[in-house]
Design a protein around this ligand. Structure first.
Ligand SMILES: C[S@@+](CC[C@H](N)C(=O)[O-])C[C@H]1O[C@@H](n2cnc3c(N)ncnc32)[C@H](O)[C@@H]1O
Length: 295
C-alpha cells in the first residue's frame, strides 16, 4: 500500500496515514481526514495490543480499522448514521474481523458493560452529543478506572465572544456557507478542559489544538474535490479566509479517576440519570426512607 506523489492525501505530519490507499480514504470520508485526526489523537494515548477500545461515532469505521491495524487493539466501532452491516463489510475487506466489531447504537443508549473499555476515542463526532453537561459522566461509566478517553473535534481556537466572523456566515463561491446553527457546538480546547475537569470524572492530561489544523483541513477538502468524492460542497474557501484565526481541531484526553465523584444519589456507583435503572434506585431509597419514618 505505498503511495507516492499522486497521493493528494500525502502529508508529512501523518506518516502512518500515508500508508493507506487514498481512494479508500476518499470514498469513506465523512468530514476532515479522520486518519490524520486519529493518528494525532493516538500520539497522546497509551495504546497497547489487546486493549478494548470504543470508537464512538466511528462513521465508516476508518479510524477503527486504523487503530486495530496500527496498534493491535480490539475496537468496538460504534455509530448511529452508518449501519453495523455496512461497517462489517469494510472490516471484512480489511481482514480485521477478529479485531473490529461494528455496533449500531445511539450515543445516549450504549449497550456495553460498565468499566469494559481500556480506552474510548471519538473523532469529529463528540461535538454532536458530548457538549451536554451530563454526557461525560455517562460515557465514562463504560471506561475502566485509570482508562483514557480522548477526542478530536471540529472546534474553535477560542470561545466566541459574539457571533462568528462575517466571512464564515456568508456563502462561498460554491453557494455553501461554512457556519450553520449546529456549529455553535464548536468549542475551544480550554472550554473542553474546563467542561471535563469540573465533571470530576476524569483528570485531563491533554487539551490542545492541532498545529496547522486549518491547513490540513484545506488539503483534505482540495483532495476530495479533485478526486470527486466530496459529500458536501468544499469548505476550503472559508477555511483559507479564516487561516486558523477561528476554526481549529481541539484534542482533549482525560484519564478516568479511580473513584468517581458522588452523584445525585451520594457516594458510590449508581445508574446514570439517563439509564432506566435510575428510577428503581430512587424507588428503593424512597421506600427505605418511608420504612424508617414509619418504624
Ligand atoms: C462527521 S461524522 C464523522 C464520522 C467519523 N468519525 C469520521 O470522522 O469519519 C459524525 C459521526 O457521528 C455520529 N453521531 C452523531 N450523533 C450521534 C449519536 N447521537 N449517537 C451515535 N453516533 C452519532 C454519526 O453517526 C456520524 O457518523
Amino acid at each position: 500500500m505505498a503511495h507516492g506523489a499522486e497521493n493528494l492525501f500525502y502529508n508529512a505530519c501523518f506518516p502512518r496515514s500515508n500508508g493507506y490507499d487514498p481512494r479508500w480514504v476518499a470514498e469513506h470520508q465523512m468530514g476532515p481526514n479522520v486518519l490524520w485526526l486519529t493518528e494525532w489523537l493516538a500520539e497522546g494515548l497509551k495504546l497497547e495490543p489487546g486493549m478494548r477500545l470504543l470508537d464512538m461515532g466511528c462513521g465508516r469505521a476508518m479510524s477503527s480499522i486504523f487503530l486495530a491495524r496500527e496498534f493491535g487493539c480490539f475496537v468496538f466501532a460504534t455509530d448511529l448514521w452508518i449501519s453495523a452491516a455496512e461497517n462489517w463489510r469494510r472490516v471484512h475487506e480489511a481482514n480485521l474481523e477478529d479485531r473490529v466489531f461494528p455496533i449500531h447504537a445511539e450515543a445516549h443508549a450504549l449497550p456495553f458493560a460498565a468499566d469494559f473499555f481500556d480506552v474510548i476515542v471519538s473523532l469529529d463526532s463528540y461535538q454532536y452529543y458530548g457538549t451536554d453537561d451530563l454526557y461525560l459522566s455517562y460515557i465514562s461509566r463504560f471506561l475502566r478506572p485509570g482508562g483514557q478517553i480522548g477526542i478530536v473535534v471540529a472546534g474553535l481556537t477560542a470561545e466566541l465572544v459574539d457571533s462568528p466572523p462575517e466571512y464564515l456566515l456568508k456563502p462561498q463561491a460554491n453557494g455553501k456557507a461554512f457556519w450553520e446553527a449546529d456549529c455553535y457546538s464548536f468549542h475551544s480546547a480550554a472550554w473542553w478542559r474546563r467542561q471535563w475537569e469540573r465533571s470530576g470524572c476524569v483528570h485531563v492530561e491533554v487539551a490542545d489544538t492541532l498545529p496547522d489544523g486549518w491547513r490540513h483541513w484545506v488539503q483534505h477538502e482540495q483532495a476530495i474535490e479533485a478526486m470527486g468524492t466530496g459529500v458536501f460542497p468544499s469548505y476550503a474557501e472559508s477555511l483559507l479566509e479564516d487561516a486558523g484565526r477561528t476554526i481549529a481541531f481541539p484534542r482533549v484526553i482525560g484519564r478516568k479517576r479511580e473513584a468517581e465523584v458522588s452523584g445525585v444519589l451520594g457516594e458510590g456507583s449508581h445508574p446514570h440519570v439517563w439509564e432506566p435503572e435510575f428510577m428503581a434506585v430512587c424507588d428503593k431509597l424512597l421506600s427505605a426512607r418511608t420504612l424508617k419514618k414509619d418504624g
